[in-house]
Design a protein around this ligand. Structure first.
Ligand SMILES: *Cc1c(COP(=O)(O)O)cnc(C)c1O
Length: 477
């Protein structure tokens, strides 16, 4: 299996060749040259598999240059009940992604029982093990530099801690994360994890990461890498639970389901699109945004109009406060019939701060065959959904999952079973749960009292010279 760039001007590569990188050299995103197809016989056989065996079956179609025995060992180590037993007390950790049925035909797929209580663990844990494997083979090291406002940084740290050949330098805005988020990250005592609290905002931290990444000499000397959401291995790991969720919500492979997905960077739902292109019988993919509704606008009108940071709102589903969906280019590449010149034209406009309209380009009529629906959810909708689920089913959901459920119920076609993806546990967003329900969210037993653990963190001004000096001092040469 070879991977090509959505912009059409990069040589085709293998899975392991794109594993540690980010964008393709031409600025595009990697995708399989052709989507691997899943036969009916395979679907029938896969229905019975455990999560780890299913992950092996799916990922074998993508990571064709990793020897089967090695890949098997990696996924078996990644998807164990032990790693996914941090979630709800009444969840079956052996299922990895248990399906919770609210009423016939309406389900929640639990993706948040991993170490950091968000679905990002599902892919990041795999990435940690793949990185360690690939670096050992190449006798290489990698220093991951990132900026986080909460979820991504903790998922990356829990995936990379204690991994040979990897160090993490994670910047976060000093005093801006919740006490719980701070405790999750700063209580890690692993020597390869470096938390750096920047006196500034998230954007200041993000700018520092960009500046270091643009210093090519420093980047090469200190082997700096990232774990951002465009990483292909991350997307491919998410494909697995669409299969798992489909099997759990249906009795036979003649049935169809709808998935509803709370979206920010279009990573999670992109994996759903890919699962469907492989032949999984997904009827509808329902995309939910919060008040930052760039993607909803696109699916309703054909206009893709990313906003600048001044017009990106801070909301109570903060992990979706994104106005430039970094994975969206992958879907648009398929939408325009894999016409790389068209993608270059569109993103030429986007990269200059502009927009594009697929109605003008003649691709609006191609959209229905991909069967997406979309909608948006506001703070009031979120509170209402959280209350309704608590009152009617005794189920507490987080703010992002609530956005997905609200839009999913609104947009789904009658008679199509709906699987709502749970992207985080309510314990991560206690303030809004308090506002909605007047009570504290349930906290998984393993994380009780985490705020009282000793914390380790370097506080630093938003000063590039200081950051580089810190990295240099902590990377043996
Ligand atoms: C990252 C995140 C999302 C958005 O996922 P994308 O793949 O970026 O669309 C939604 N909810 C939570 C809780 C997240 O952490």
């Amino acid at each position: 299996m070879k991977y090509i760039s959505t912009r059409g001007n990069s040589p085709a590569k293998n899975f392991t060749e794109i594993l540690l990188g980010g964008l393709a050299p031409d600025g595009g995103l990697y995708l399989p040259e052709q989507y691997p197809q899943v036969t009916r016989a395979e679907l029938d056989a896969w229905r019975k598999l455990s999560y780890a065996d299913l992950a092996f079956a799916v990922l074998s179609k993508f990571a064709t240059d990793i020897p089967a025995a090695d890949l098997k060992a990696i996924v078996t180590k990644t998807y164990t009940a032990e790693v996914y037993s941090n979630g709800r007390a009444d969840s079956n950790a052996a299922d990895i992604t248990p399906l919770r049925t609210l009423e016939p035909g309406v389900h929640i797929l639990e993706l948040s029982n991993g170490p950091t209580l968000a679905f990002k663990d599902m892919a990041m844990q795999l990435l940690g093990n793949l990185f360690e494997y690939a670096l050992a083979k190449q006798h290489e090291e990698l220093n991951i530099l990132g900026a986080t406002s909460g979820d991504t940084g903790s998922a990356a740290e829990y995936a990379m801690k204690a991994k040979r050949g990897i160090r993490v330098f994670m910047l976060s805005p000093e005093g801006k994360m919740s006490a719980f988020q701070r405790a999750q990250m700063y209580s890690l005592q692993d020597p390869n994890i470096h938390n750096i609290a920047i006196n500034g905002m998230f954007d200041d931290a993000q700018d520092m990461v960009k500046a270091v990444s643009n210093d090519h000499a420093f980047k090469a000397k200190y082997k700096i890498g990232t774990v951002n959401s465009i990483n292909w291995a991350r997307v491919s790991a998410h494909v697995v639970y669409y299969f798992k969720g489909y099997f759990a919500a249906t009795k036979s492979n003649d049935e169809q389901v709808a998935f509803s997905v709370p979206s920010g960077n279009f990573g999670n739902i992109c994996a759903g699109h890919i699962a469907r292109m492989m032949g999984l019988p997904i009827g509808q993919l329902i995309l939910a945004t919060n008040e930052n509704d760039v993607l909803d606008e696109f699916f309703r009108t054909g206009l893709y109009r990313p906003r600048d940071t001044k017009h990106t709102y801070e909301t109570s589903s903060p992990s979706m406060d994104i106005s430039k969906a970094s994975n969206f280019e992958r879907f648009v590449f398929d939408l325009v019939g894999r016409d790389a010149a068209k993608v270059r034209e569109f993103w030429g406009k986007v990269d200059r701060g502009g927009s594009f309209d697929i109605k003008e380009s003649g691709h609006w009529n191609d959209l229905p065959k991909f069967d997406f629906a979309s909608g948006k959810s506001t703070h009031q909708d979120r509170l209402k959904t959280i209350r309704e689920l608590w009152d009617e089913y005794g189920v507490m959901v987080d703010t992002h999952t609530a956005d997905g459920i609200k839009v999913g119920l609104e947009q789904r076609r009658p008679n199509l079973p709906l699987v709502c993806l749970e992207t985080a546990l309510p314990a991560k967003f206690a303030e809004t749960i308090q506002e909605a329900l007047g009570r504290e969210p349930e906290r998984p037993a393993k994380l009780a009292g985490i705020e009282q653990l000793p914390q380790r963190c370097e506080v630093m001004d938003a000063d590039l010279v200081k950051l580089k000096a810190y990295i240099a001092a902590n990377v043996p040469q």
